[in-house]
Every structure is written in structure tokens, then in C-alpha cells.
Design a protein around this ligand. Sequence first.
Ligand code: 3PG
Ligand code: MG
Length: 412
Amino acid sequence: MPGLKLPSSKLPSVDDLSVAGQRVLLRSDLNVPLDLTGTGEITDDGRIRASLPVIRTLSDRGARVVIVAHLGRPAGGSFAERAAGGPSLRVVASRLSSLLGKPVEFATDVAGPSAASVVAGLGDGDVAMLENVRFEPAETAKDDAVRADFVARLASLGDLYVGDGFGAVHRKHASVYDLPLLLPHAAGGLVSAEVAVLERLVSDPDRPFVVVLGGKKPSDKLGVIGSLLGLADRIVICGGMAYTFFAARGYPVGNSVLEADRIPDVQAVMADAEKRGVELVLPVDVVVADRFAPDASHQVVPASGIPDGWEGVDAGPRTRELFAAKLADAKTVFWNGPAGVFEFPAFAAGTRALAEAVAAVPGLTVVGGGDSAAAVRALGIPESSFSHISTGGGASLEYLEGKMLPGLVALA
Ligand code: 3PG
Ligand code: MG
């Protein structure tokens, strides 16, 4: 069974750690979407909110909390280049401070003089945040020795480690994997809760178990589809990923996003699904636009008839009904990835219909991933309509795929 290698019960809990007066390096996932069109404003602070409970608990228990987190994927060969290009976590520290209702000291480096002096100045219960850990090129280095060097500097800033950045546990990065191996450690409540929900999905879920996969690229999700064929009863494919499935069926896709090199893999998955009797549900009609813009001209066409020069941007009305019908009898649902370009109101109807159909399911409903979670909130659908909204897309998919997740391995 996928994922069962690491039951949540094997993760040591932060509740059992004596944190009073200790410097706790807390790895959180505060990788929030930013408005890159100009303002750099945080467009969805869900991950910051989800990280608040462990920060509050640690602070209330008298820990000196030092938050380690990443933002985006900074480019550049050196700390200086990356820091100059951004994005800086400062905007996140200030949002955290308002949500917490207390100051959050900010270090302008990760494991340098600023970090050392900020940490040295902390009193019991105080909270600090280090600058974007990915400004340190070693954070994401493939070479174990390169990460080890950096992690020794980072470890000197703390006495204990708490891993609560669920969205990043699938990354074998210095602050996720190597750091907990050096310090006494435990999992935060968010990581424990996320793993407990995923366990329910992979261990004898109530059936029918329907999985809905959207988002742009099949390449990100083909592995998980392969594993899910042994777990789910029905898999609904939507969003940008669907066009590669259309192409695999021989349909023209116009200017829609297409991963042409993955067509053979998609065909193999479709054949495998048929052999195993797992229903793969694809859109039957599509909203197409003449360009990628909020005010583009658009029309509804059958899935097999996307005209030249047009691109798919949302599920069509018959597809919305089909998806709702395919979810109506579900007892368990996992949904990852939007059904269309929900960021543009004209193309949000498919994602909205999907979210509403998932929300209407009375059983266990799990929304996985930053984009789907942000979509739910952006569309104003109450979060309480779902059993669980995961903060990790890639992480939850890799868990369902049965992969060993480095950040959990290190904590266990
Ligand atoms: C995410 O946003 O999926 C996590 O924060 C991990 O970020 P990454 O995909 O850039 O490693
Ligand atoms: Mg991601």
C-alpha cells in the first residue's frame, strides 16, 4: 500500500519536546503566492495561517523560536546574487507578525552575522525568522557534502529542531532533511495532521474513492496516476493536463498547453487504467480562448474539436455536469489541481463547479496543494466545506505515490 512506510504514529511529536528556554529551529513552509505583476503582495496567506498553531505553541511554552523557511526558487550562483534577485521573506515575516499579534525579528541572512545576532537577542517566547533559506545555494545542493557544510552553520543557531513544513517534506534539502539529523527533533502539529489524513486515504478508504487531478503538466503527475490505479476507483483528469490526454487520443489541441513528449506515457497510463478497470474521466467539452488573457474572446467547443489558434482555458458546461455526476456517489475524494485558469474570472467556472461538487461529497474530502487550496479560497468557498485542505501539493502526491519523503524520514 502506498505511503504506509511512514505512519504518523512513528513521528515524534513536538508535544513531547522540552522547549522552554531552548532555541528551536522551526522549519515551516511559508511559500506563499506573491502578486508578481508588480506589488509583490501576498495573494494567499493560507500557508502562514496553517503554520501559526505550532509557532504559538512553541512561543507559549517559552521556546525561542527561529523560523527557517523558503520562498520561491531564487536564481543565481551565490548568496549575494540570490539575495539581490529575491524574493525576500521579509514580507512574510511582517504578515506573520500581524497574524500572531507580536513582533517577529527578521534576520537579513540565513546563517550569517545577522542571524547570529538576532538569535542571540531572543528571550523566552520570542519569535524570529531567518531570510529565505534558498538564498543559500547549498540548501538545495544535490551534493551531500555541500549541504553538510551549510547545515553545520545553521545548526549552531539552535538547540532543537521542529519540522512543520509539510509542503516541503518531499525535498531532500538541507533545512528539511539534513538539519533534523543533527539536532534533537520532532514533528509539528501540521505535519502530523497532514500525514494522518493521507494515511486514511491510502489505508482502506471508503469507496468509491474518486481522485481528481488537474493542473498544468501530466509529467508532474503521471507517477502518481500509475500508483493511484491501484488505489482509486475513478480518476478524473482536468485542467491543462487534460490536453496531453486529448492529444494521446488523437484530438487536435490548438494552442493548448501540451507536453508532446509525454504522449506515449499518457497512452500507457490510459491502457493500464483500462486493463485494471479504473475509470479515467476526461473533459467532454472545453472553453477555449483566442489568447491567454482575462479578456480574451472565448467559446465552448467539444473536446475533440479545439480549433487551430485557440487554447483550452476551462472545463465546458457539459464537463462540469459530468464531473459532478462522477463525484455524486463518492465516499472518499482527493482533489489536486484547478480545472482551468481560475485566476481569470471568465475561466473560473470549471474550478468552481469542481470545488462545489467535491464539497458536496459527505465522506472524506481532501484538497491537496497550494494552487487548489488558493483556488478554493479565491473563489470564496468556505474551507470548512472540505474535510482537509492540505498545504502540500507535491508532498501529498508523492506520499500517495508511495515515495519515501526525506523530511519525514529524517523526523521519524
Ligand atoms: C511548494 O510550494 O510546493 C513547496 O513550498 C515546495 O516548493 P518547491 O516546489 O519550490 O520545492
Ligand atoms: Mg509546488
